[in-house]
Design a protein around this ligand. Sequence first.
Ligand SMILES: Nc1ncnc2c1ncn2[C@@H]1O[C@H](COP(=O)(O)OP(=O)(O)OP(=O)(O)O)[C@@H](O)[C@H]1O
Ligand SMILES: [Mg+2]
Length: 260
Amino acid sequence: MEVPLSGGDVTEGVVRVGDTVRRPMGPQSPAVHGLLRHLERVGFEGAPRLLGVDERGREILSWVRGEAPARPLPPYAVTEEALVGVARLVRAYHEAVSSYEAPEGAPWDSAASNLDGVPEIIGHCDVTPENVIFRDGVPVALIDFDLARPTTRLYDVVTALRHWAPIADPCDRDGLLYGADVGRRLRVFCDGYGLDRDRRRLVLAASMTRFERSYEAMRFRAEHVGGVWARLWQGGAGSRIRRAQDWLERNWDELDACLN
Ligand SMILES: Nc1ncnc2c1ncn2[C@@H]1O[C@H](COP(=O)(O)OP(=O)(O)OP(=O)(O)O)[C@@H](O)[C@H]1O
Ligand SMILES: [Mg+2]
């Protein structure tokens, strides 16, 4: 029996079959499969296992027991413990992936935004609530590695913060995070990750750069790829990025003080 799974908004046709998940593949899938095999080899428990490809050409992944928070976010997903847990999970993933030597020319999704600087790791690059599995209130796994690509550790940190702090205008936040103390949450996340002082100072500037590039990348995909990207854009994705940038600028000094 196939049970449809919805959570994110990009991949259509994700289903659960028993203890497996079947997902349509894309150009990036061979690269992602190499990554998942590495994570299994080094014994990283915070990612699904790749089990193969089914007769309909879909990838077969292990079902990770637990749940990904849906919108509106439930109370367990907005606690400081959850925030620390996500930060530690991202750090543990970075440690596990740091020994991965990806094949030359692997077909990562490279149309998405990136930061300057020599890539350090294959980042997850999409650490949203929908892509983190919780068990008993504790984040235990990252799923959905379709956007993984060579990047810096800081890119994953600022992407996670965009969603989990969140770095967003209050009007675009989930209800329970409307009045969140974002400065404090930035600090809690950076401490949980163990971000060193030099990189901590770069978090706000890197967030701004990422916003700028994500805006352009999303607009490009909406115009040239269409489909779900066009729908996301029509649904206001670009305006939300612009509002987040304005909010970040208005609150810069206060947030910066929390990080230094
Ligand atoms: N291996 C897994 N174990 C447990 N749950 C999963 C797993 N894979 C997917 N899910 C559930 O299905 C939902 C959708 O899966 P997934 O994130 O892979 O696709 P998507 O979100 O549609 O894609 P995208 O994020 O690109 O829009 C997740 O949010 C999660 O709730
Ligand atoms: Mg997803």
